[in-house]
Design a protein around this ligand. Sequence first.
Ligand SMILES: NC(=O)C1=CN([C@@H]2O[C@H](COP(=O)(O)OP(=O)(O)OC[C@H]3O[C@@H](n4cnc5c(N)ncnc54)[C@H](OP(=O)(O)O)[C@@H]3O)[C@@H](O)[C@H]2O)[C@@H](O)CC1
Ligand SMILES: Nc1ncnc2c1ncn2[C@@H]1O[C@H](COP(=O)(O)OP(=O)(O)O)[C@@H](O)[C@H]1O
Ligand SMILES: [K+]
Length: 503
Amino acid sequence: MKILSAPQIREADAYTIAHEPVSGLLLMERAAAACADWILRRYAGSSRPFYIFCGPGNNGGDGLVIARLLAENGFAVQAWLVAAGNVSPDNLANQARVPFLQKINAPADFPHMEEPGVIIDALFGTGLNRPLDGWVAGIIHQINDQRGRQEIIAIDMPSGLMADQSSKGHACVHARYTITFEYWKLALLLPENGGFAGETVLMPIGLHPAYTAAVQTEFHLTDMEMIRTVYRPRDPFAHKGTYGHALLVAGSYGKMGAAVLAARAVMRAGAGLLTVHIPRCGYEIMQTAFPEAMCETEELASHSAHFDEPFRLRRAPDYDVIGIGPGIGTDPSTAKAFERLLGHWQGPLVLDADALNILSKWPSLMPLVPKLSILTPHPKEFERLFGAAGDHFERLALLRAKAKEWQWYILLKGRFTAMACPDGSVFFNPTGNPGMATAGSGDVLTGILTGLLAQGYGPKAALILGAWLHGKAGDLAAAISPESLIASDIVDYLANAYAEIQQ
Ligand SMILES: NC(=O)C1=CN([C@@H]2O[C@H](COP(=O)(O)OP(=O)(O)OC[C@H]3O[C@@H](n4cnc5c(N)ncnc54)[C@H](OP(=O)(O)O)[C@@H]3O)[C@@H](O)[C@H]2O)[C@@H](O)CC1
Ligand SMILES: Nc1ncnc2c1ncn2[C@@H]1O[C@H](COP(=O)(O)OP(=O)(O)O)[C@@H](O)[C@H]1O
Ligand SMILES: [K+]
C-alpha cells in the first residue's frame, strides 16, 4: 500500500474531481459520510453528545458534514467553527447547512462541555502548512485538557500534526482514534508523531484508482496483497534440502535463552536444517530445549570465539544463510571471530543484537559486512551504529541514507517497524503490538528472517514477510492479554500467522 505525501494527496483529490468526475462538495460529502457511518456504528445505542470543532478549510468542511449527519441521526450535536484562516468554498457551502453552528474567535469562547461525550476534531487536516500558534494553539490545548472526560476522534489527521514533517514540540490534538482518508500519512507511522493519532482507522473514500496506481512513492505499508504476492507455498515434492541450511551464531553464558528462541524461530519459519554455534555451557540447554537443531559447540565454555573456524578450515557445510548476534556478547575475541567470519562469508547474512553492538564498538568492521545483508537494530542499537537524529523524520532520513550508502537492508524496530532497502524505498510493517515489548522478541525476529533466507527468499521478501509474520504471531498471541505475552509465544503462534496468509 502506497504512503503518499500531503501534496500527492491533494493531487489525488484533484485528479478524482477531474476524472471521475465528481464535485469537490460531493467528494467531501462522501468522505464525511464514511466517517459518520463509522461513528454511528461505534456509538450505536449510546446517548453520548457530540462536540464538533471545525476549522476553516476542507477538514472543517468534513466536520460540518459530520455534524449534520449525526444530528440527522438523532444525536445531540454541538458544532463550532474556529475562525482561524481562509474559509474554503466547500466549507462555506456546508456552514449554511448547519443551522446550530456557533463560532469561536478566541480561547475565551471555548465551550463548557457538560456531559461526557465525544469530541470530533475537524480543525486541520493535510492542509496544515505551519505549526499552530497563538490562540489556535490554545484551543488545541483546551481540547486536550478534555481527554479524561471526552473521547476524541480526529478526522483525517490530529489537528496540528504535519503529514510529512516532524511536529515534535508542536501543539497537536491527542486523539483516541484518527479516521484517516484513503492513504496512510508518514507522520502516523512514526512514534514521536503517530502517538497523537491514537488508533488509526484507514477510511477509503473512493479516490481515483488510476492516480494511486500511477503515483510514485518511496514509502509503502505492507498489506495482505503484498504478503500474498511475496509468500511462496511449499513445494509438494520438497525434501529438507529444498529449504536450506542455516547457521545461527547465538548465546553465551547467561544468555542461552536468546539462542534457543532464535533457533526455534528459524525452524518454525520453515528452514530445512539448522546448525547452531554455541559456547560449551549451552550444549545441554540447546539439545534439551530444542532437539531439532544441530549443535556446533565452541571449545570455550562462556562465549563463542571460533565460529569462523569451520569456514577458515573449509570444513563448513554448504550453508545458505548465517544469522548472528542474539546473546553472543561483545567480548573482543567474539568480535575477532566475527571479523574473520566476514572475511570468509559473502552470502546472505542477518546481523542483530550483539553483532550490531560489535559493529558500533569497532566501526572499522562495517565495510566488511557484505552488501544486501540484513541488519535489525532496535532504536538504541540504531543510534549506536549511525548516531542520533534530532527527530523521527530525521531518523527515517538517516535510515534510508545508511541503507543506500552501505547497500544493506536495515530494519528499524518499533510499532511500525521500518525496513529501508538499498534503493532507498522503505516498507513499514503494520502488525505487532505493545505486548511484544518483552525480552527476546527481537531474537525471534532474527530467527524468522534467517529461516526465510534459508528457504531461498530474497532479502527484501524475507524482510517484508518476516516482519509481518512476527507481528501477526505476536497479535494472535496477545489476543487474550498483551501483558502476559512472552517471546516464546510468538514462536508458538507462527503457524497461526502462516495460516492467515493461506486463508
Ligand atoms: N484527500 C481528499 O481527497 C479529501 C480531503 N478532504 C479533507 O480536506 C482536508 C484538506 O483540506 P484543506 O486543503 O482545505 O486543508 P485543511 O487541513 O482544512 O487546512 C487548511 C486551512 O487551515 C489553515 N491553516 C493551515 N495551517 C494553519 C495554521 N498553522 N494556523 C492557522 N491556520 C492554518 C489554512 O489557512 P491559510 O493557510 O490559507 O491561512 C486553511 O484555511 C483533508 O485533511 C480532509 O479532511 C475531504 O473533504 C475530501 C476529500
Ligand atoms: N509497541 C509495539 N508494537 C509493535 N511491535 C513491537 C512493539 N514493541 C516491540 N515490538 C516488536 O518487538 C521486537 C522487539 O525487539 P528487540 O527490542 O530487539 O527485543 P529483544 O532485544 O528483547 O529481543 C521488535 O521486532 C519490535 O518491532
Ligand atoms: K483534524
